[in-house]
Each structure stands twice: as C-alpha cells, then as structure tokens.
Design a protein around this ligand. Structure first.
Ligand SMILES: [Cu+2]
Length: 105
C-alpha cells in the first residue's frame, strides 16, 4: 500500500499542473526503490541531511531505505495524462504497490 491505501487506477493521488515543480516527500517502513514515471527528479534531502553520496544527478528511481524519509523535486513538463509511481521491488510490484497521479494542462 501507499499512504495506507491499496492501488486503485481510478483514484488519482495527486493532480499536478504541467510546468509546475513539485516537492514530493517519501517515507518508508521497509526498503523500497520508488520509481516515478514521466519525468526525472532530483533528490533534495534524506532525513535532516542533504542528498546522499549516490543521489546527485537526475533520477527516475529513489532508493528509499528502511525508516527513511526523502524529498525530491520533480518538474512535470510536457505530457498531460495519467501516470504511475510504484515500488520497483518485484515482490512489491506483484502486490500492486502503486499510486496513480495525473498531470493537467
Ligand atoms: Cu517496495
């Protein structure tokens, strides 16, 4: 689950205007490689620290460690529609650890 909810493709967990830069905060119980579709992002901080040693540059997946919180900046640019973020751990993918969001013109 994400935010305590099972995946529902009909529910949009975020609605983002195109061209807007968002700061998204991810918190974790276990290790989750969080993959966001559509646009790359940059890691701003992990917990009270800045980016980790391997966080520099553009990412499409955040390696979120157990009991960790991290913030990323994502600018949603050109494509309006419905997209997913999901955990890239295969077992978690199989259990539909996903969330849908939409970008709006
Ligand atoms: Cu996971």
């Amino acid at each position: 689950m994400i935010n305590g909810l099972p995946f529902d493709p009909a529910r949009m967990d975020a609605s983002v205007p195109l061209g807007q830069t968002e700061i998204w905060r991810f918190s974790s119980d276990l290790h989750h490689p969080v993959h966001v579709h559509l646009d790359p992002f940059q890691v701003l901080r992990r917990g009270n620290r800045g980016p980790g040693e391997w966080d520099h540059g553009w990412k499409d997946t955040l390696d979120l460690l157990p009991l960790e919180t991290a913030e990323v900046a994502i600018r949603f640019g050109d494509h309006a529609g419905k997209f997913l973020l999901h955990c890239h751990n295969l077992e978690h993918e199989d259990m539909m650890m996903m969330s849908a969001f939409e970008t709006l013109r």
